[in-house]
Write a protein that binds this ligand. Structure first.
Ligand SMILES: Nc1nc2c(ncn2[C@@H]2O[C@H](COP(=O)(O)OP(=O)(O)OP(=O)(O)O)[C@@H](O)[C@H]2O)c(=O)[nH]1
Ligand SMILES: [Mg+2]
Length: 401
């Protein structure tokens, strides 16, 4: 399962982001640890739907299509705030790390107003340092991994001496709760020139470097530079962009306002849009008008509120998922109930027709014969690797469901 985690120190706007992205209502407040237990919600990845290309009017079942934009559900986890020392259990450290363990990609929400200290307490704007916040979250993660790895380290070293075991297998067992594949470990130790070094000889630096590699492989991260509406945002974002490549300016509060206004029918706006339109019949008071004007200026400056971009980045750039449209009727592009393009399915990069059949229904995969590429009418072997936007009919001896 693909689970995207929202992480960061307390009070940076994780829950505001979560609420905006999922339209779930969880408490937000201007003090740390508003989120005490994790909240899992459904957000959506936004893609251009293939319905326009095929000239059909679709009726999705598990996703939504609005004006040719397909919104495909993805799971989002609002994780408790992280403070320095979390790996030793400070703050809600253990809870944080346990939540984060389940995630496959991370959106690290950073407060670019610089109005919170390293613990998330409110300070005068500009006093907080977003760059050190980023480094601190990375470091906590690495220290936490190192603490799991080196727990009873002597025992590990004895194990290594006693049995003829490969280093990567011993390490994989240690990190089994994290779902790290042996191949990932092997690649990491090879990259670090540690492949031929016995664990007993690993220095502290070797351990830290290894943990960092594992973190970057198993928890790829994008920075959501949040609170773009604040005074120091612009220069802080520039500073972060000098150090990191995956940075998306975000306005979680602005996104929340736009989603609410759109829900009430006051504006035309879809998550991720580069502009919005106030409806001609919308009765807005002066305060609302001013707020919307400010948001409009903001998204003109940054291109969007960034919330949708951050989710899409996590789904397509970090998790590298592809969108596939399975259909049963390759003429009408429909399922057996006549729903046109019923599903847009997010699949792992490298998935095959076999994987698709299995994910749709086990019966379908048991009698699987081949696939049909609906665009060309060509047969696709069961090992055909799916491409983004493929529309595929699965041909099987057993009928679904
Ligand atoms: N100016 C501004 N403030 C924001 C924005 N997003 C969130 N905030 C404010 O930041 C404060 C913290 O927001 P939360 O969403 O509760 O933060 P959190 O990261 O979930 O905090 P914890 O759950 O305590 O870890 C609240 O006062 C929000 O209103 C934003 O885009 N701009
Ligand atoms: Mg919160």
């Amino acid at each position: 399962m693909n689970l995207i985690g929202l992480i960061g120190k307390p009070n940076v706007g994780k829950s505001t982001f979560f609420n905006a992205a999922t339209e779930f209502s969880v408490p937000t407040a201007n003090y740390p640890f508003t989120t005490i237990s994790p909240n899992i919600g459904q957000a959506a990845a936004r893609v251009k739907c293939v319905c326009r290309e095929f000239g059909v009017i679709d009726n999705p079942v598990h996703s939504v299509c609005i004006d040719g934009n397909r919104f495909i559900p993805v799971k989002l986890l609002d994780v408790a705030g992280l403070v320095p020392g979390a790996y030793r259990g400070r703050g809600l450290g253990n809870k944080f790390l346990d939540d984060a363990r389940q995630t496959n990609a991370l959106i690290h929400v950073v407060d670019v107003s610089g109005s919170t200290d390293s613990e998330g307490k409110v300070v005068s704007p500009g006093m907080g340092d977003p760059l050190s916040d980023i480094a601190s979250v990375d470091k906590e993660f690495d220290l936490w991994l190192a603490s799991i790895l080196t727990k009873e380290w002597n025992k590990v070293q004895r194990e290594e001496g006693r049995e003829e075991q490969r280093t990567e297998e011993i390490l994989a067992r240690r990190l089994s709760g994290l779902g790290v594949a042996v191949t990932e470990i092997k690649e990491s130790i090879t990259e670090l020139n540690l492949a031929n070094k016995k664990l007993v000889g690993w220095s502290e630096t070797d351990i830290t470097d290894f943990c960092k590699k594992i973190r970057m492989r198993t928890k790829p991260m994008v920075i959501a530079a949040n609170k773009i509406d604040s005074e120091n945002a612009y220069e802080n974002i520039l500073k972060i962009k000098k150090e990191r490549s995956a940075v998306i300016p975000c306005g979680a509060e602005a996104e929340a306002v736009l989603r609410r206004a759109s829900k009430k029918g006051l504006i035309e706006y879809l998550p991720g849009d580069k502009h919005f339109q106030i409806k001609s019949n919308a009765a807005l008071n002066d305060i609302q008008k001013r707020a919307l004007t400010r948001i409009s200026d903001l998204i003109q400056k940054y291109g969007s509120t960034g919330i949708q971009d951050a989710i899409n980045y996590a789904v397509f750039d970090l998790l590298k998922l592809v969108v596939v449209y399975p259909v049963e009727d390759d003429v009408r592009l429909a399922d057996k109930n006549g729903n046109v393009l019923p599903e847009a399915r997010l699949m792992e990069y490298g998935s095959t027709i076999k994987d698709l059949a299995k994910s749709v229904h086990t019966d379908l995969s048991e009698g699987l014969l081949y696939g049909i590429d609906v665009r060309s009418g060509r047969r696709l072997s069961v090992d055909y690797v799916l491409k983004n936007n493929d529309v595929v009919k699965i041909v099987s001896t057993s009928r679904k469901g």
